[in-house]
Design a protein around this ligand. Sequence first.
Ligand SMILES: [Cu+2]
Length: 87
Amino acid sequence: MKKVLIAMIALVTIASADKLVNLKIDGMTCSMCIGDIKASVGKVKGVSDTTVYLKEGRAEVKTRKGAKPQEMCDAVKKLGYGCTVVK
Ligand SMILES: [Cu+2]
C-alpha cells in the first residue's frame, strides 16, 4: 500500500510539470535574507520550491501550473528587496 502511494505521488509530481521562474533580486546581504525570501515566495500560490543564490542576486522558483511570477516578485519586494522577473 505504501509503495502504491509513493508511486502515485511520483506520478502527480511529473504530471504537474514544474516550470522554473527566474527572479533577479537586489539587496540581499546574508543568509537571513535568503531565509526570509524563501519563506515569503513559498507562500505564493503555485510555488513548490525556491532556491536563492545570494552572491548572484537571483532566485529560481519551481512552480506549478497557474503560478504568477509577478506575485513572487511582489512578495520579495514586500520584504524590501528589489525584484524583477527574468524573461
Ligand atoms: Cu540578510
